[in-house]
Design a protein around this ligand. Sequence first.
Ligand SMILES: Cc1cc2nc3c(=O)[nH]c(=O)nc-3n(C[C@H](O)[C@H](O)[C@H](O)COP(=O)(O)OP(=O)(O)OC[C@H]3O[C@@H](n4cnc5c(N)ncnc54)[C@H](O)[C@@H]3O)c2cc1C
Length: 435
Amino acid sequence: MAKKQIIIVGGGFGGLKVAQTLEKLAGVRDDIEVTLVSRDNFLLFTPFLTETLGGMLDEGDVVSPLRAFLKKTRFVMGEVTTIDIKAKTVTYKRPLNDEMETLQADHLILSLGSTSSFFGQTEIEKLAFTLKSLDDASLLRNHLMAALEQANEEADTTARQALLTVAVVGAGYTGVEAAGAMRDLMKHASRAYPNIRPDEIRVILIDMAEKILPSIDPALANYALRQLQKRGIEIRLGQKIECASECAITLSKGEVIPTRSLLWSAGVMPSPLTKTLECAKDKRGAILVEPTMAIKDLPGVWAMGDCASIPNLLEEGRPYTGTAQNAEREAKRLARNVLAILRGQEPKPFLFRSLGEFIVLGDHVAVAQIKWFKFSGFLAWFLWRTVYLVKIPHWGRKARVVTGWTMDLLFGRASVEAETPRVLRSHFMERRGEG
Ligand SMILES: Cc1cc2nc3c(=O)[nH]c(=O)nc-3n(C[C@H](O)[C@H](O)[C@H](O)COP(=O)(O)OP(=O)(O)OC[C@H]3O[C@@H](n4cnc5c(N)ncnc54)[C@H](O)[C@@H]3O)c2cc1C
């Protein structure tokens, strides 16, 4: 009898956990074959991405090879270009050439993640950095180091200001953490530059909303705001970018900020591949699924994580937010549901209440909301490090992270520009379609 083919697309927090749960629950079954297809052969531990941006951890510290997690699952590295959800086929491009391969699934699980959304503002998209991937973090850190190098030799006042000012758009957790990390990196690194005074470095956090960190308790958000301001991070609320050029941005209230470093963290949208799928989606483009994570009227097709809109029955059907915490829990339920269908049983809805969240503000300060408990300051930062150190997979990786943190404490941050400015320029030329 032919084996049932379960194909998972996307090797992030969700996709990997589905594969691991299937291995655990169906370990002795030899009538199913599980395949995980993903463009990268590693899991990126996103909660530590701002640590990489801030130079506290190296790129290698925050990724783990997917193959190390998988014992029975077949892993296929490739860029998925086409998904036919009616036929349940997945077509991917092999890593080193343009050859295409197609896989046929009995159960197709989509966990494609998300990407930055610029809401159609193409000029900003061409100029801004984002922080979703490892490449994003390295590129931005290298750019900041190149900006310091250039500022050290720059005589023109406006040009200097633009080089030494970082603007972050979006005061959700990524924007807040990134602003703190970049402020710390630039201040520490600037000590090596004789012509740069630390007080010349500006980090400005901008948001259209009237408050920062809308997802957490208002008292903690206020504490975070005060801490950021105390550490010299300038805040502009109730404002958006009106226009942007390579050397400046103009805000909606008319303020012109000279900057050559613009980080966009004001919006996310599901992976672009979801646009091509013939199924119902919400207004962000996320795949609408049943509470079981099955796509309606498409038996055997499932979606989860950041690319899906899953109604939360514990909160009047409002969709679950896109977090690794949710994606991992969704994955466990989804794996159980697939196995239930294969056994002729009913799938169950996904029900989960968030455990809380941590937001790191820099300089050993954080805020944390864990269930009903709230923490702030050094204690919250210490809890954050402890919890995520436990969560980061593999002992080897934990050891690397602890070593990275210790090196940072003893010898300061990694503040060399590891990529050449030529690589940076070619990145932007590519994004502007000039390459
Ligand atoms: C900077 C940052 C910090 C974060 N911090 C936290 C935190 O502290 N706590 C928390 O809970 N969450 C955090 N998150 C959110 C968390 O990372 C996501 O919610 C989570 O990764 C979603 O899991 P997923 O499986 O849906 O998507 P992802 O983990 O993004 O995985 C999607 C996978 O699909 C692959 N893929 C996409 N398209 C294709 C294609 N065409 N072909 C092949 N492969 C493809 C991608 O390469 C990726 O491996 C953070 C996110 C960021 C960006």
